[in-house]
Design a protein around this ligand. Structure first.
Ligand code: MG
Length: 171
């Protein structure tokens, strides 16, 4: 149909939105990776890669803008190739897929939900990292840190959740 064709052959200027969600569990360790920044802490996050829960949510949100599935389809957790892999690999691949679909990232809004650690001192570095890797202006990146008011798995300090929304535009 006409509408189907318009969706498939989307036009310049078309706006896309993608959302991403991820959770990683705390384990023994001495640091976390959040948005590519190493944050010293008395626990780590478990995961096959570097467990950067924030980058995984953003990666899925970028894939969402391109209608390109999810991170697990490209980087299966059972594949030993990705063990201890920096999550930047996933992020860059998702960005390449977006670019191959003529999508330019417009803005990123990230919410990280956790009781600890405090990330305020690292927020600037996190934004700088995303700006550099994704070639988008720092003013177009927003990072929010929320607690879970002591409720649920986040409240029990069992892990960290991250939610991302990415807006992209066809060029
Ligand atoms: Mg993950």
């Amino acid at each position: 149909s006409d509408i189907q064709n318009r969706l498939t052959n989307s036009q310049s200027g078309e706006v896309r939105v993608g959302n991403g969600y991820d959770v990683h569990r705390f384990e023994t360790g001495d640091h976390l990776m959040l948005c590519g920044v190493k944050i010293p802490f008395n626990k780590g996050l478990s995961g096959h890669s570097d467990a950067d829960v924030a980058l995984h949510a953003i990666t899925d949100a970028i894939l969402g803008t391109a209608g390109a599935g999810d991170i697990g389809e490209y980087f299966p957790p059972e594949d030993p190739k990705w063990e201890n892999s920096p999550s930047e690999v996933f992020l860059v691949e998702a960005h390449n897929i977006a670019k191959n679909n003529s999508l330019m990232l417009v803005n990123i809004d990230l919410t990280i939900v956790f009781e600890e650690p405090k990330i305020t001192p690292f927020k600037k570095a996190m934004i700088e990292y995303l700006s550099k890797v994704l070639q988008i202006d720092k003013k177009r990146i927003n990072i929010k840190a929320k607690t879970s008011e002591g409720l649920g798995f986040v409240g029990r300090k069992e892990g960290i959740a991250a939610f991302a929304i990415v807006n992209a535009q066809k060029y």
